[in-house]
Design a protein around this ligand. Structure first.
Ligand code: PLP
Length: 477
């Protein structure tokens, strides 16, 4: 354990997390550097391309060549788009070389010295590597499409409204794409979204208590056809209690799905053990697979069964929208138009996936899987606790006198890497300019929030310390 940090384990519903207490001298560059020096994951930063301050300012390609006086930028935007792993170009190049050398044979031929499998098994390979990150059996994960598309596909299977039960429970400030997807699914089935969308409000500020969600489930249980919630809320950074909410929804006979956009690669998940019905995530945030990269989905094994009680030609399986890549590999190329789904999440695939997209995800996963989500979480908890400590240090206890406050839960088990900082009205522009001038990339959400996500794979304690110095000066100015 790093010097000066006391870890006091405390039981939470979802996990047990240490609380970090920092010493008097913690607010110094030297102290931050001492934490970096003893960080067991410190070598991982070298596996990513850290943008320099000069490259962050560039407006044309090629990007500026590194120079001795060029400082590294500070990147806190991994909750939006993760940094590029250095091995990315090798994986993409291997894919281009396979295509240009053996062309169509690349579907089935194993290539020596390639980090990739033949294209026909690449999605399965990526699914297996992803499954350990989300706590799933390998058969419960499929890699395809993008997040919003996968949410639609999953709702096509799991949202089966009836005149009596057609409501979807979601949160008050769902990410717009989730909100639109839900809205359009409801109207696609001929119901009125205004009446059928149950939005759970926050208790106070931006945080929704588990009790409130459970009570809303109870209130509308007879009318709800689906519960769809974010594991980590994109705006507040709140990490919801997935096992408790899932189990409660099930106790009322309801189906529940989770959007893991801000959770996959960020917080430990046990989708299988928690008995989650379905989930979907993008891979360009904490997974670092690149802008708009191919996405993942989870279908619990209980929903992925394929049985043949009426003979070979009449499989019995859960309804879904289908395409030939969901068909069993042994019969996929028989072209007999008899759909026999792959058992598990694989049976929810539709198209031949882009091998370039899969190559980028495989590159990204190859780095994450050199460590584990548990180790990443251990560092993440310390890193974010350090950020919280510095942000709150020496600030007035009276909320109205503070230039900013943290709206993310201060309880570490209820958040991932991100802290959302709500600035006093009128400060955002100043702060954004100061951060940009200092080569710090953080995400701003108008009117007054900046979201800061120190990512354990590549951010340092020193990054955090520098960020807080710049923020303090900007709000004082
Ligand atoms: C919570 C959430 N849902 C949905 C999306 C949309 O993802 P995509 O554009 O990949 O479909 C995002 C993107 O950031 C998100 O954060």
């Amino acid at each position: 354990m790093a010097p000066g940090i006391l870890a006091t384990p405390e039981a939470q519903t979802t996990n047990i997390v240490p609380k970090h207490v920092f010493p008097e001298n913690a607010d110094s560059a030297e102290y931050a550097r001492s934490l970096d020096a003893s960080d067991p994951l410190r070598e991982f930063r070298n596996k990513y391309i850290i943008p320099s301050k000069a490259s962050l300012r560039s407006t044309a390609l090629p990007k500026p060549a590194p120079s001795d006086d060029d400082e590294e930028g500070i990147y806190f935007c991994g909750n939006s788009l993760g940094l590029q792993p250095k091995c990315m170009s090798k994986y993409i190049q291997a894919q281009l070389d396979t295509w240009s050398s053996i062309n169509v044979y690349g579907h089935f031929r194993e290539m020596e010295n390639s980090p990739l499998t033949p294209w026909q098994s690449l999605a399965e390979f990526a699914a297996e590597k992803s499954s350990r990150i989300v706590g799933a059996l390998k058969e419960e994960v499929a890699i395809e499409n993008t997040l919003s598309v996968n949410l639609h596909l999953l709702m096509a299977s799991f949202y089966r409204p009836t005149p009596k039960k057609n409501k979807i429970l979601l949160e008050w400030k769902a990410f717009p794409s989730d909100h639109y997807a839900i809205e359009s699914q409801i109207s696609w089935h001929g119901y009125d979204p205004k009446a059928a969308m149950i939005l759970v409000d926050p208790d106070q500020d931006h945080i929704i208590s588990t009790e409130k969600i459970l009570a809303t489930i109870d209130k509308y249980a007879e009318e709800i056809a689906l519960v769809l919630l974010p594991a980590v809320q994109y705006y507040s950074g709140q990490f919801l209690d997935i096992p408790r909410i899932t189990s409660h929804a099930h106790s009322k006979g309801l189906t529940i799905g989770w959007d893991l956009a801000h959770a996959a690669g960020n917080v430990p998940l046990k989708l299988h053990d928690w008995n989650v019905d379905f989930a979907a995530w993008c891979t360009y945030k904490y997974m670092n697979a690149g802008p708009g990269a191919i996405a993942g989905l989870f279908v619990h094994e209980k929903h992925g069964k394929v049985e043949y009680p009426h003979g070979e030609d009449k499989p019995v399986f859960r309804h879904r929208l289908t395409g030939w890549y969901g068909g069993d590999k042994t019969s996929r190329f028989q072209m007999d138009n008899k759909f026999r789904p792959i058992p598990g999440a694989g049976g929810f695939q539709i198209s031949n996936p882009s091998a370039i997209d899969l190559a980028s995800l495989c590159a990204a996963l190859s780095v994450i899987n050199e460590t584990s989500i548990e180790q990443l979480r251990e560092k993440s908890l310390k890193l974010t606790a350090y950020l919280q400590y510095l942000l709150l240090k020496d600030t007035p206890s009276d909320d109205s006198k503070r230039p900013f406050r943290i709206i993310t839960p201060l309880e570490p088990s209820q958040r991932g890497a991100q802290l959302s900082v709500l600035l006093k009205p009128g400060l955002l522009e100043n702060v954004s300019e100061a951060l940009q001038a200092a080569g710090i990339v953080a995400d701003q959400r108008k009117p007054d929030v900046i979201r800061v996500a120190p990512v354990p794979l590549y951010n340092t304690y020193h990054d955090v310390w520098q960020f807080v110095q710049v923020l303090r000066k900007a709000v004082d100015a």
